[in-house]
Design a protein around this ligand. Sequence first.
Ligand SMILES: *Cc1c(COP(=O)(O)O)cnc(C)c1O
Length: 451
Amino acid sequence: MNANSDFVKRDLAAVWHPCTQMKDHEWLPLIPIRRGQGVWLEDFDGKRYLDAISSWWVNLFGHANPRINTALGRQLQELEHVILAGFTHQAVVELSERLVKITPPGLTRCFYADNGSSAVEVAVKMSFHYWRNCGKTQKTRFITLTNSYHGETLGALAVGNVALYKETYRPLLMDVISVTSPDCYAREAGESWESHTRKMFAHMERALEQHHDQVCAVIIEPLVQCAGNMRMYHPVYLELLREACDRYGVHLIADEIAAGFGRTGTLFACEQAGIAPDFMLLSKGLTGGYLPLSVVVTREEIYQAFYDDYATLRAFLHSHSYTGNALACRAALATLDIFRDDDVIAQNRALAAHMGRSVVQLADHPQVAEVRQHGMILAMEMVKNKHKRQPYPWQERRGLTVYQHALQRGVLLRPVGNVVYFMPPYIIKESEIELMARVAAEGIDLATREA
Ligand SMILES: *Cc1c(COP(=O)(O)O)cnc(C)c1O
């Protein structure tokens, strides 16, 4: 028995994997990873895989990054963790100061949790509770976009809209107001992203006009609906939404958990519309892909609405055991140091352009409906009929063929449905981009070969 299969056997006897039909592993090999270095992962048999999806969109500067490793080593000698209620520590103070500095103007307060879904729960509860503290107890509802994704806990699942994850649990979920997404894949042939996006805002305007009295907040993923098949839209939507939320007295929650930290071409996606949300949610890339941490950054006025004598019971009593974990905060600080010291956003612009060039021929592929890109996220949508944009039935699992082919060729691609995408660490080299593109093109050919 080789080293891989020994681990796989032990794993399958004891581990239940996320987002997985475990029966698939009767024929789909599980891959035990022994070490990571830069963009590469290595299994126990010594086979290497280029991590083209940043290990579920979290890694920014490579595995075993020397700068983050060093910072964590030092932190480990000082303090691993301490309760954040009644106590504080250097890393969380520094991180909060720096987040306030780099996020859009007006965001002054950081509330921590330990994963993206929990940050969504925090923002939903905080928005509702803010309005309650202001005497607006009729505000109990949330507006969300179709095809949106905000995580898997019950509150996050309720404000999300991907049927595959949501449908089963519907009886457990709060009711939300669902507005048609500005998703530009749905635009008319020849129409610009901007024009389609503007047009789709009419749905949001109508929902706000009709329901604003009962609505606490609109929650959106700025620019890219990542888990919803990497669908994209124009920044003008955020501009229009900011203005409308102000006009109707409704909060704007920007879920930048996937889009933040340089993914879409700017440090935060909201920058492309020049707006500041009332709540900005960050996780995933926040620690460079090292440790679980999330944060809700919000405005002073919201903080002040909770600030009162204890007996008024206006405080926000939410907590998680690992809130503000010192190691995770240190990893986040080391990640922000890299953004500060290297010209990451400018370098990403060059890498993004190279990614675009590397798959330019796929736009003409008879089974690829669209190649779309926002910065360091590039997606290719496989379809049964390009002219009619008719999707392949999900049961055919065409994306899985791409996944399997890529693994064989030493690249980790993990399509969402029929959409193959690249979301690599920012330290990827041009030659590695070309490898990733070549393997994706082969995989798409293979997956779409028979009708
Ligand atoms: C991944 C993701 C979440 C959930 O984060 P978890 O850490 O997986 O709970 C929420 N919103 C968006 C936009 C995401 O991509």
